[in-house]
Design a binder for this molecule. Structure first.
Ligand SMILES: [Zn+2]
Length: 135
């Protein structure tokens, strides 16, 4: 029996969950799923430039496991770019640490949204699009 996967800690939720080549209808594209832990590994290693050891600690996994997650993520992104596939960010064995907090610059309303639900397009109180993420 395979060992159950340990929960990977993810501290950031992507604002955009679907990526696809421009000008091609989604139904004609093959789809790849990038899991949230893979997304997080890219963010920590490639964007923030952390050493694998440090990134692994942040995600609560071994350095070896982190390397596996990251190389799987790189693979999927390469396939998306080279073969022109659609990429969605979803799933994974993860525990989410925070909710995201948004604020409206016009009316000052604040609200939170759980991870993995995409970025809101407008304020929930006044419908202004002048909003920003504050956490
Ligand atoms: Zn507002």
């Amino acid at each position: 029996m395979p060992r159950p996967t340990k929960c990977r800690r993810v501290q950031y939720s992507p604002d955009y969950l679907v990526f696809k080549p421009a000008g091609v209808p989604a139904r004609r594209l093959k789809q790849i799923d990038l899991t949230l832990d893979e997304f997080e590994s890219i963010r920590l290693a490639d964007l923030e430039g952390l050493y694998h050891e440090e990134a692994a600690r942040k995600m609560n996994v071994s350095r070896q496991t982190f390397g596996n997650i990251l190389s799987s993520a790189h693979n999927k992104i390469a396939e998306m770019l080279v073969h022109g596939k659609a990429l969605t960010v979803q799933g994974g064995t993860i525990s989410l640490k925070n909710e995201r907090l948004f604020k409206c610059n016009d009316c000052g309303a604040e609200w939170s949204k759980s991870f993995g639900t995409g970025r809101p397009g407008y304020c929930q109180s006044c419908n202004s699009e002048n909003i920003c993420r504050i956490k």
